[in-house]
Design a protein around this ligand. Structure first.
Ligand SMILES: Nc1ncnc2c1ncn2[C@@H]1O[C@H](COP(=O)(O)OP(=O)(O)OP(=O)(O)O)[C@@H](O)[C@H]1O
Ligand SMILES: [Mg+2]
Length: 260
């Protein structure tokens, strides 16, 4: 059994003081080293709040988060986050390469090592030729590749992703999903990815945590035994995939959600 990378215990968060909005309530789960876990939940249920609390961007009102056993207070340096909105997460005045190297500078890496890392990850995400370009010269899918490259360059203990593929077209989304699966294999990353897309969560994950509607808590911790090799067509057509999808859809009560 591999070590526990992330441990979330009794996490709760209320925005705006005692009478404010309760976004998440009593959330507990673990993510093991090397695992790709997805959190799937309805729109507005508290997914981003959960990721913000895990990444130390907000201090949760209750419970605790541990990364490799260490209590998280503030943003840990061995954690990287990829957000949905790539256009706001990249610096438009910096080249692609400088965007990727930016967090490496604050982590104290020297120039040669920064260059080596950015070369490696940009090549790896298929943007070896775009290093000198600016983010606004690239398509949305390419910009999100830069965000992923920037996160991977940090070699994070944990990669957190908040709806990372929600703003790109369907074809690009499939490509980026497969890029993530490849990255995970190549770099041995531990990934926690939040999505509201049931199919995406099953396609990517070793485990899916299904969240309730607001305030978010975990209604099911579902192992996904679809093997390490996934294929956009064959996997999504397999009987196991279809079974898991209907199980998650029932848990999320999608028909009720559609009516309300
Ligand atoms: N800074 C804030 N102050 C007050 N309430 C907030 C704040 N941020 C989020 N909320 C509320 O907390 C709840 C959960 O929001 P959150 O963004 O975590 O949900 P989400 O599941 O990520 O939504 P989406 O599917 O739209 O991305 C929502 O009701 C939202 O209005
Ligand atoms: Mg969100």
């Amino acid at each position: 059994m591999s070590e526990t990378m992330l441990s979330v215990a009794g996490l709760g968060h209320r925005y705006g003081g005692a009478n404010g909005h309760l976004a998440i309530a009593d959330l507990s789960f673990d993510v093991r080293a090397g695992e790709l876990a997805c959190i799937v939940g309805p729109s507005g249920c508290g997914k981003s709040t959960l990721l913000r609390a895990i990444s130390g961007l907000i201090t949760a009102s209750d419970g605790e988060v541990r990364l490799r056993g260490e209590l998280v207070r503030g943003v840990p340096s061995d954690l990287a986050v990829v957000f949905q909105d790539y256009s706001r997460s990249l610096f438009p005045w910096l080249s692609v390469r400088s965007n990727v190297e930016f967090p490496l500078r604050s982590r104290g890496l020297g120039k040669a090592e920064r260059r080596e890392r950015s070369d490696e990850v940009l090549e790896w995400v298929g943007l070896g030729d775009a290093a000198a370009k600016y983010p606004w010269q690239l398509s949305g899918g390419m910009q999100q590749r830069v965000s992923i490259a920037r996160a991977l360059a940090c070699r994070p203990a944990l990669l957190l992703m908040d709806e990372p593929f929600a703003s790109v077209d369907a074809q690009t989304r499939f490509e980026l999903e497969d890029l993530l699966l490849g990255a995970r294999k190549q770099f041995g990353s531990t990934v926690l990815l939040v999505t509201h897309d049931i199919d995406e969560s099953i396609y990517l994950a070793d485990r899916v945590f299904v969240l309730s509607r607001s305030p978010a808590s975990i209604v099911r911790d579902l192992p996904v035994d679809l093997g390490a090799e996934r294929d956009q067509i064959a996997t999504r057509q397999s009987a196991d995939f279809v079974q898991l999808r209907s199980e998650v859809a029932q848990l999320l009560d999608v028909r009720t959600a559609a009516r309300t």
